[in-house]
Design a protein around this ligand. Structure first.
Ligand code: NAD
Length: 358
């Protein structure tokens, strides 16, 4: 059996830090296990274009393992060439790099390690909210420059207490964010999700559901995006929706870059319609050097909290998703039942309700 695995290159860091399991150097710790059973295990970070390692080997691989941090984009066209493919495993959470409708058409199962990095991301969201609201990045940059002008950073710094904070998507991550916000004494916590939270859960965080998206965004001082990328969320935060945001709201997106319109976000930040935008996910990964989100700023020269995609790949998270990937692979090889929560596409249909209403 041929197992193809697309991961990011870890360079020196991965040689020095073996816990960087999700790298081409440390191979999710799977090589010995697979080779001992006589399987072929091919690992690379080379994934773009027809001549890439990914596209060359997908034609006869039975298993594809890839990660949202450096995704091998498995398009409908590539599915046609992947004649031998039976199962795609996402080492992490979020399988939008796979054309899920094409997976159904070709009878390929798609699984991810649900829950493996949801705390890691929720913590990153908290950090992003705080660094935007408190205007942290420009304040730190000022210190590195050798300057000291308190008013220049204080003029755009606020408290989190007393704000209305909303999440688009109140699943594993969104709910954990709501839980973590409670002790900050927000004015109100609200959420937008076609799936209502169970009553007990919404009571526990005192969160109100708003069913109309425009109404929802117009009430929020801070919005955090925690929904998967699918047909219903691609480009959801576009110029039209941004025009319904409160002027000067902050937006945090650690879900998927393509949920927000790249240029509309940059324009809203530039005009001051958004006071800040932070996150770690990009419409294309790695993001091109000239991607507008790298350097966009608000009118006061701040409001950008962008980093590379790493919120869900802390060393703690890597241990969990490497273990989960092994478990899914081992179940597959032994013909055992998979954990239902990990199945995104089962035999011929969506097994999850999180990738859109259908
Ligand atoms: P989850 O399945 O537990 O929850 C997703 C929630 O989004 C569900 O409640 C679903 O009903 C809701 N949803 C779906 N479509 C929606 C829509 N159109 N509008 C509003 N809500 C909608 O998933 P999760 O574990 O919370 O993860 C959410 C997403 O976060 C993942 O799919 C992934 O894209 C992203 N993620 C990012 C990182 C990272 O490192 N940045 C890591 C993990 C996950």
């Amino acid at each position: 059996m041929k197992v193809l695995c697309i991961l990011y290159s870890g360079g020196n860091a991965a040689k020095e830090e073996p816990r960087l399991l999700g790298t081409i150097e440390n191979e999710l710790g799977l090589r010995e296990y697979l080779e001992a059973q006589g399987h072929e295990f091919l690992v690379s970070d080379d994934k773009e274009g027809e001549d890439s390692f990914f596209q060359k080997h997908i034609v006869d691989a039975e298993v594809l393992i890839t990660t949202p941090f450096h995704p091998g984009y498995l398009t409908a066209d590539l599915f046609k060439k992947a004649k031998n493919l039976k199962i795609c495993i996402t080492a992490g959470v979020g399988s939008d790099h796979i054309d899920l409708n094409a997976a159904i058409e070709h009878g390929v199962e798609v699984l991810e390690v649900s829950g493996s990095n949801v705390v890691s991301v929720a913590e990153h969201v908290m950090m992003n909210i705080l660094l935007l609201v408190r205007n942290f990045v420009p304040a730190h940059e000022m210190i590195e420059r050798g300057d000291w002008q308190v008013s220049e950073v204080a003029r755009n710094a606020f408290d989190l207490e007393g704000k209305v904070i909303g999440t688009i998507g109140a699943g594993r991550i969104g709910y954990r964010v709501l839980q973590r916000l409670v002790p900050f004494n927000p004015k109100e916590l609200i959420y937008y999700d076609y799936a209502a939270l169970p009553e007990e859960a919404s009571k526990a965080v005192n969160a109100r559901r708003v069913e109309d998206l425009k109404e929802f965004v117009s009430q929020c001082d801070i919005i955090t995006v925690n929904a998967p990328l699918h047909e219903g969320t691609r480009n959801l935060v576009n110029a039209e929706l941004l025009s319904h945001f409160k002027k000067g709201a902050w937006l945090v997106n650690t879900a998927r870059g393509a949920i927000c319109d790249k240029d509309a976000v940059a324009a809203a930040l530039k005009s001051g319609q958004l006071r800040g935008y932070a996150g770690d996910v990009w419409d294309q990964q790695p993001a091109p050097r000239d991607h507008v989100w790298r350097t966009m700023k608000n009118p006061l020269g701040g409001g950008n909290g962008m980093v590379p995609h790493y919120s869900g790949t802390t060393l703690d998270a890597q241990a969990r998703y490497a273990k989960g990937t092994f478990q899914i692979l081992d179940n597959y090889l032994k013909g055992k039942e998979q954990e239902p929560q990990n199945v995104i596409i089962g035999k011929g249909s969506y097994a999850t309700k999180a990738y859109g209403q259908r």
